[in-house]
Design a protein around this ligand. Sequence first.
Ligand SMILES: Nc1ncnc2c1ncn2[C@@H]1O[C@H](COP(=O)(O)OP(=O)(O)O)[C@@H](O)[C@H]1O
Ligand SMILES: [Mg+2]
Length: 262
Amino acid sequence: MSKPIVIAVCNQKGGCGKTTTVAETGACLAMGGAKVLGIDLDHQCNYTEALGHLDEETPGAYELLTGKKRLEEVVLESKVQNLYFVPASIDLSAAESELMGMIGREHQLRIALASAMDGGYDYILLDNPPNLGVVVMNALTAADFMVVPVQVYKFARRGLDRITNFYNNVKHFLNPDIKDWMVLPTLLDFRREKDVIMLAKLREQYGKKVFTSQIHVNSKILESQEVGSPVVVMDKHGAGAKQYKSFACELTKWVTGVGAAS
Ligand SMILES: Nc1ncnc2c1ncn2[C@@H]1O[C@H](COP(=O)(O)OP(=O)(O)O)[C@@H](O)[C@H]1O
Ligand SMILES: [Mg+2]
């Protein structure tokens, strides 16, 4: 059985579209026939809620990261066929400090996911908290690729350099097998002149590291998260769905292309 492709969606900033990207991309890939597992690594539980799961007591990412439960024991079925997920709970906020006391703390998720080899997953998507702490180190240590959503309006080179330096350190010290990273422009609003300028700057400075696909502000995305269903399901012909489908397509080509080349 082939190994799943693990993609960590990271940015130390909050509100740049990490959770939305994991929710929508996971649903797109699953609707396209892939078997997908999404893991909520943020104790704010936004991904878990975006999939309509509101029970805070269910064991999930905290138990997985701290070795209290195996992957098979914490995976739930979502409402989308082929899409499975590991929920987060508020307990996850204790994971950082618990992991700090453990030897091999950065490798816990990678070890826990080893059993995903038997799960038949094609993709595992990791939704991360807005920091560069030990949980994010675990995500990148388990990952093959990193996607960095950047809210174009707030793009700052220093912020992006911070996360890519972090990636380079994880690659050097913890996970030489991680293959590449790319940036996804999000929350674009061309009614603001600044967005046009900043997008051009981002593309000029980072060139091929920026996906051609870009995600615009779309009120249906907000609405879909409120009702606990991805926009690619709720409003499948809308602009938000089209943009995320285009991104999922580009993402698939990138990860399978790089995977095959390496
Ligand atoms: N394309 C979009 N259009 C409109 N609202 C969006 C879009 N992407 C994300 N949002 C909203 O912006 C907020 C932050 O997005 P989120 O994905 O939760 O970011 P992060 O996980 O990086 O904190 C959420 O309320 C989300 O619903
Ligand atoms: Mg989030």
